[in-house]
Write a protein that binds this ligand. Structure first.
Ligand code: NAP
Length: 284
């Protein structure tokens, strides 16, 4: 039977560590602060923003929400980002994506100060990750690295296949596995003979957004399988990109959905907010 990698437990441990460090900073009169911007009324974004707010409260991090109407102009949004960049009580700024179509996401991300970019989406932070000399890591890939560590998965020298090449998950994930000395293959919708490539993986990381896409015949016996997918089929329950029922008997370890990668993303956001506060106060 495969080991089920418990994201809830690992995220609780990360959060406990963050809470401890936040309390120590507060003793020095430094309070980490997170500003979350949400534009429009996308229900999924609303849930994510509420969860982020709750996590901040639980860990002693100050948070404020800027809920803007869907018809907010780019100028208005850029002015808000600029004002948050200039505030010393705000350590981290996060703009919940996706933004309404008339707003240029790239322009908004580029406007966030790289020192406050707790999502690590700013090009200078992306470049820093490429070089391997960074302060912030994007939350989901960073959370997966924590899960692999907690599950004692050896990475060095292993074959890793990442399915998905988004800027948020797939690409940075591949880079982190490369930094950890895995031999990495990145697959996408134009990859030929995907199942055969997947079957070579000692560690298979799936981030495509298609419910139950990876079946047992795509998994090498004994592989570690990380399921990033968060899909909610019409009226159905939250499920991953991996067909858990068929893959679990084949692999050696697997993350469930829910309760795997999901809880890690917020924990790593909290860690990044703490890191931002330390950076801005020149604390190591
Ligand atoms: P995305 O931007 O839509 O990217 C999806 C990637 O999957 C693309 O690179 C795409 O290839 C590839 N793909 C799509 N169909 C494919 C196929 N049939 N075969 C091979 N590759 C295929 O998605 P994302 O933002 O990376 O998110 C992926 C999933 O992770 C979603 O379910 C999302 O909800 C979830 N997610 C979860 C968390 C979390 O905290 N757990 C965080 C972020 C995202 P092309 O580039 O060729 O189009």
């Amino acid at each position: 039977m495969a080991k089920i990698i418990d994201g809830k437990a690992v995220s609780a441990a990360v959060k406990a560590q963050v809470a401890e460090e936040v309390a120590a900073l507060r003793e020095k009169n430094i309070v980490p602060g997170l500003a979350v911007i949400i534009v429009g009324d996308d229900p999924a974004s609303r849930v994510y923003v509420n969860n982020k707010k709750k996590a901040c409260e639980a860990l002693g991090i100050y948070s404020e929400e800027h809920a803007l109407p869907a018809d907010t102009t780019e100028q208005e949004l850029l002015a808000l980002v600029e004002s948050l960049n200039n505030r010393s009580d705000i350590s981290g700024i996060l703009c919940q994506l996706p933004l309404p179509k008339h707003l240029d996401e790239k322009k908004i991300i580029n406007a966030i100060s790289p020192l406050k970019d707790v999502d690590a989406f700013h090009p200078s932070n992306v470049g820093a990750i490429m070089i391997g000399d960074y302060h912030f890591l994007p939350c989901t890939p960073a959370g997966i690295m924590e899960l692999l560590k907690a599950a004692d998965v050896e990475i060095e020298g292993k074959r890793c296949v990442v399915i998905g090449r988004s800027n948020i998950v797939g690409k940075p994930m591949a880079m982190l596995m490369l930094h950890a000395n895995a031999t990495v293959t990145i697959c996408h919708s134009r990859t030929k003979d995907l199942p055969a490539i997947c079957r070579e993986a000692d560690i298979l990381i799936v981030a495509i957004g298609k419910a139950g896409f990876v079946k047992a015949d795509m998994v090498k016996p004994g592989a570690v399988v990380i399921d990033v997918g968060m899909n909610r089929p019409e009226g159905g329950k939250l499920c991953g990109d991996v067909d858990f029922a068929s893959v679990e008997p084949v692999c050696s370890a697997i993350t469930p959905v829910p309760g795997g990668v999901g809880p890690m993303t917020i924990a790593m956001l909290m860690k990044n907010t703490l890191m931002a506060a330390k950076l801005q106060n020149a604390i190591r």
